[in-house]
Design a binder for this molecule. Structure first.
Ligand code: NDP
Length: 328
């Protein structure tokens, strides 16, 4: 039997946490043969800690064979101790009257502290996925606050955008979702991200030719994928949680276990390619194998794409500028 691995989850008592933890414990993320120890972080407030206790009781009641242990805590240094994986879900939501800038600063403080804790106590080959928004910038902050960990260990979740892009295209063409390959979603996990279907194939056929409706692609598809989160809040009265948790599982599973050559989108620190400055955490196409991701290189960027990619990049640059002072 395999030795258990340690999986840290922050914001464990939140709604994404509730949709995520049970699936990790059942083996859907790391495989049905991989025991896990869950190390769950919540805010120190009584209400959050009580809610976390309740979630842990339910995890217990599932009697998951793969759940080899559990820790619930309000201390990042306990949650991240020797962690092999970290899913950073907890983040400060935007409150009434809060400016985007205030949100950025509040989250910067959280992710500086968590980055430092990861730096000091996590396994050196930890895989970190940031889900809490603004996810790309939070991942950037954690990475910059953890100088002794390799930069490539820090990623942000673009997978929900990627999955939304697949599903909408499957619906439009009437083809099964798993017949679609080589989807790309560039940039920030925000409505500015750019779902790019120029390289996409559907059952082997080029997607743009099959769809044959550029007006639909530009005027309906791109905005629909970008604004899907808002549409779900509108419909459900709550933000998406199960689909966000599902995307987090997909992201980590593929990173750990590989994609068999399939392209997926991950937010990763830029190596300078595609005109994206070094270290910006930006959604790009990758394949994964042997526990590592590798970006797809050499894709041609046309004028329309350049404009879209720069637009989402500029938003990320603004976010980074907003937190520069705190990072020193
Ligand atoms: P959720 O579990 O619904 O969301 C958590 C975070 O994920 C938010 O930042 C949310 O962003 C983000 N997110 C990213 N992608 C998506 C998506 N597609 N759909 C929805 N959300 C997405 O929030 P809850 O308020 O239910 O739970 C958060 C928990 O985190 C609380 O229990 C809180 O106590 C805890 N917390 C823990 C911290 C810690 O561990 N140190 C720090 C701060 C909070 P958005 O706000 O934009 O929806």
């Amino acid at each position: 039997a395999k030795a258990p691995v340690r999986v840290a989850v922050t914001g464990a008592a939140g709604q994404i946490g509730y949709a995520l933890l049970f699936r990790i414990a059942s083996g859907e993320m790391l495989g049905k043969d991989q025991p896990v120890i869950l190390q769950m972080l919540e805010l120190p407030m009584e209400k959050a800690q009580q809610a976390l206790k309740g979630v842990m009781m339910e995890l217990e009641d599932c009697a998951f064979p793969l759940l080899a242990g559990m820790v619930g805590t309000d201390d990042p240094r306990v949650a991240f101790k020797d962690a092999d994986y970290a899913l950073l879900v907890g983040a400060r939501p935007r409150g009434p009257g809060m400016e985007r800038k205030d949100l950025l600063m509040e989250n910067a403080k959280i992710f500086i502290e968590q980055g430092k804790a990861l730096n000091d106590v996590a396994a050196r080959n930890i895989k970190v996925l940031v889900v809490g928004n603004p996810a790309n910038t939070n991942a950037y902050i954690a990475m910059k606050s953890a100088p002794s960990l390799p930069k490539e260990n820090f990623t942000a979740m673009l997978r929900l955008d990627h999955n939304r892009a697949l599903s909408q295209l499957a619906t439009k063409t009437g083809k099964p979702v798993d017949s679609i390959e080589k989807m790309v979603v560039w940039g920030n996990h925000s409505p500015t991200m750019y779902p790019d279907y120029r390289f996409t194939t559907i059952a082997g056929q080029a997607a743009p030719a099959l769809v044959n409706d550029e007006a639909w692609y530009k005027n309906e598809y791109i905005p629909k994928v970008g604004k899907r989160g808002a549409a779900i809040i509108e419909a459900r009265g709550l933000s998406s949680a199960a689909s966000a948790a599902n995307a987090a599982i997909d992201h980590m599973r593929d990173w750990a276990l590989g994609t068999n050559g399939k392209w997926v989108t991950m937010g990763i620190p830029s190596d300078g390619s595609y005109g994206i400055p070094q270290d910006v955490i930006y959604g790009v196409p990758v394949t994964c194998a042997n526990g590592k991701y590798e970006r797809i290189t050499g894709l041609e960027i046309d004028a329309f794409s350049r404009e879209k990619m720069d637009f989402t990049l500029n938003e990320l640059k603004e976010e980074q500028d907003g937190v520069k002072a705190l990072l020193g």
